[in-house]
Design a protein around this ligand. Structure first.
Ligand code: AMP
Length: 113
């Protein structure tokens, strides 16, 4: 998929476009990927305007930690015993949507790693 210059995840956060939201906190939202690569494929997205994981710092590190515990809660809801967390970092790293996110995938997903 080619890079999308528009932050569609911000539009989902603002409820301007629909998404299948499975979990939400004050700072994080989780919704199903529109083109699932596994039986369960959920995107874990901070609501703050952060484009890539390159923007992690001492100041916002706790928000990134929250992504991990939201992933754990979503996996519990999805009844996944184990799961994979995948992140593409920057367009050069395969990121298509310019808003930082984890992919939570059920274990049958295999990206060859
Ligand atoms: P990435 O390559 O890590 O940026 O992944 C972006 C992901 O967002 C892809 O897996 C897309 O299928 C997914 N995606 C794109 N548009 C939407 C949308 N409107 N709702 C849910 N997922 C989307």
């Amino acid at each position: 998929m080619a890079f999308i210059p528009v932050d569609i995840f911000a539009q989902i956060i603002r409820r301007e476009i629909d998404a299948d939201i499975v979990y939400e906190t004050e700072r994080v939202i989780a919704f199903r990927d529109i083109a699932p690569k596994a039986k369960s494929h959920v995107l874990i997205v901070p609501k703050a305007d952060i484009k890539t994981a390159k923007e992690i710092s001492k100041e916002n590190g706790d928000l990134f930690a929250e992504l991990f515990w939201v992933a754990k809660e979503v996996a519990l809801k999805e009844e996944l015993e184990g799961y994979k967390l995948h992140m593409n970092v920057d367009e050069a790293g395969g990121q298509v949507v310019p808003h930082v996110h984890f992919h939570l995938l059920s274990p049958e997903y295999d990206n060859g790693l």
